[in-house]
Ligand binder design. Sequence first.
Ligand code: ZN
Length: 273
Amino acid sequence: MKCKGTWKEKTPSGRTVKRKCNNELSEYAIFCDKCGTPTNALSTKLNAKKNWQEVRETFTNLRGSFYKFNIFFLITVFIPIGAVIFFQKDLAQFIGIDKYLFLNLALLLLVPLSLIPFAFDEENYSQNFSVKNYFRKMKYYPKFFLFTLENIIFFFILKVLCTGYLIGVTVDPILAPVRVILVLHWITIMFPAPLVIIRKNVNPLAALKVCYTASAETRWQQFFTLFYVATANILGLLAVGLGLLRSISFSYLLIENYYNKMNEYRLFEKREN
Ligand SMILES: [Zn+2]
C-alpha cells in the first residue's frame, strides 16, 4: 500500500510544486509516518459506524439466543446497579454512611459483575452468552474488581480537583463541565481495558497504559462506538425496559468487535514511537 498524500514544496527558483508522497505503508498504518496523511483505516475497518453495521448483522441472526442470559443479567447486575444509583440517598441514609462513599462501595462490588461477559471465550464470542458461562468466568471477578477500583480512584481524584470535595476549597465553576469531559474522555479510552486484561493477560494497572497508548488515533471512533452503545441502551430502556433484553448483549458485541479491530491493527502492542 502506497501513501496517496501530497505536499507542496518550494523549488529554489521560488515555484511551488506538488509532490506525491508514495511512501510505502504497512498494512496496518492509520497515518503515513512521512507526511501524516491518513490512510482509509479510520473510514473503513476502524470506523465506528462500520463496526455497528457489522455487529448488527451478526446480531439479527442470533438475537433470540440472548434473551435468557439478558433476563438473568438484567435482574442480577443491571437492576441492582440502577437501584444503588437511583436510591443512593435513601440507601446511604438507611445504612448511615456518606452518600458518595455508599455509592462507590456499592459500585465497587457490582460493576465487576457487569464486566464478566468480557471474559467469555474469544472463539465464537457471540455464542458464549449463557448463565453457565457467566458463573464459570466468575473467577475473573478479582481482576475486574481491581480495575473498577482504579476507575473509582481516578473519578474520586477528579471530583476532589474539580469540585473541591473534602478539601473544602471553592473552585472555579468551569471545572464542573471540565470534569464531565474528562470522565467521558477516560471512559472512551478505557473501554477496551477489560478485554485487554483477559486476552492480553495484562494486569489491571498496566491495562490502563496499554489502552491509553492504543487509543491515540482511534479515540474519536472509540467515542462514537460508545455513543452507539449508549443509544442502543437508551432506546432499550425506553421500550418499557424490554429493549434491554436485546441491547445488553448487543453492547458487549459492539465493544468486543471494536476491540478485535484495534487488535488487528496491533494497537495494543508496544510501538516504537
Ligand atoms: Zn505519506
